[in-house]
Ligand binder design. Structure first.
Ligand code: FAD
Length: 322
């Protein structure tokens, strides 16, 4: 039995799906021990009680104003204070923009080893074993932390969420934040609303084959019908058909949706690095030799400007009747 500390996150006042996955991973490690969740910022009170559904026995609400917007310094100070108070035997953070930045800083501060971007967590012979992809998702390695306690960041959309309803104790825990070296004046979002790419269950992605900004319109329409998000290859971003915030791949976002529809994307290794672990891949390309077909579960050889609107139309009929 272990005491596990977990950081949870919200977005636009809603609990992010990855928070539930991190709590599920914590259930496996805790093996009946205590799960302590940290909920940060003034929104925390709105969702803290929900964390008990996913196994959190205790929620520490850190409501300091300085934590409303993420800064490495403030969050490191805050989590270190919770760590000192709780003395956990394992720590899990979401592998989000915040988790990716915070975890190494915290690991250095606490002198712990860290396994980042894990897609699975299992107990083997009483030890916590993390699985993470390597070589751009071509292979997987199993790792354990040998310096200090198990500490990892968990990639969204990989651990099936398991409920384990427990009574949750909510603790308001004021932390002391001082000597901040940076202050965020304002946050300007590039994309407003819509489905978050890194947590989307369905992604319609466009490549250089979409040919223009206008060419993305049928993809946006299909995404709307399916309730998915739109992504892109770097080819499409470099050609200025869309914003770089949509880029998927080695130097873009890594995604693991249930369904990935690649439209006019050749399937370069750097693109596959960001999406090859999607559960089902559908490729639409007019070149039957395009490498994307080698990793696709379903392939449609054809012109995306004919195929994508047809798919949208057919899905609309099916979804309206279901
Ligand atoms: P292309 O390779 O030009 O493919 C376009 C495809 O569209 C073709 O297969 C063509 O047959 C098809 N097509 C054209 N018209 C139609 C039509 N009407 N209907 C259907 N199909 C059509 N790339 C990424 O995506 N993400 C990354 O993160 C990334 N990081 C990189 C990092 C480095 C260091 C380097 C060197 C490269 C990186 N790249 C990345 C670039 C990558 O190597 C490719 O150049 C890029 O992925 C190609 O994009 P594309 O498939 O859209 O374009």
């Amino acid at each position: 039995m272990r005491k596990v500390l977990v950081l949870t996150e919200t977005k636009e006042k809603k609990l992010r799906g990855v928070s539930q996955e991190v709590l599920t991973a914590a259930q496996r490690i805790a093996e009946g021990g205590e799960i302590i969740a940290v909920a940060i910022g003034s929104e925390a009170t709105h969702y803290a009680h929900l964390l008990g559904i996913y196994g959190a026995n205790k929620v520490y609400i850190l409501g300091n104003e300085e934590l409303d917007v993420y800064t490495t310094d403030a969050y490191t100070q805050a989590l270190q204070q919770v760590f000192d108070e709780v003395q956990p035997e394992a720590i899990l953070l979401p592998h989000t923009a915040i988790g990716k930045d915070l975890a190494p800083r915290l690991a250095a501060r606490l002198r712990l080893g860290l396994v980042s971007d894990v897609i699975d967590v299992q107990m083997e012979d009483g030890e916590v074993i993390f699985t993470r992809p390597i070589y751009s998702g071509k292979a997987f390695e199993k790792k354990k932390v040998v310096s200090g306690i198990p500490f990892a960041t968990v990639r969204p959309n990989n651990i099936p969420v398991k409920e384990n309803k427990v009574t949750v104790e909510i603790v308001r825990y004021p932390v002391e934040i001082k000597d901040l070296r940076t202050i965020v004046q304002d946050v300007v979002r590039k994309t407003a609303g819509g489905v978050d790419l890194s947590e989307a269950k369905i992604i319609i992605s466009g490549g250089r084959g979409v040919k223009s900004v206008e060419g993305f319109k049928p993809l946006l329409e299909l995404a709307k019908v399916l309730g998915g998000a739109v992504g892109a290859s770097r080819g499409a971003c470099d050609a200025e058909y869309c914003d770089y915030s949509l880029q998927i791949g080695q130097t873009g976002k890594v995604v693991t949706p249930d369904l990935y529809i690649a439209c006019g994307i050749s399937g370069a290794i750097q693109h596959l690095a960001g999406m090859s672990n999607s559960k089902v891949v559908v490729a639409i390309n007019k070149d039957p030799e395009a490498p994307i077909f080698q990793i696709a579960d379903y392939g449609i050889v054809g012109d995306l400007f004919e195929v994508v609107p047809l798919l949208a139309e057919e899905f609309k009929k099916v979804l309206v009747n279901s």
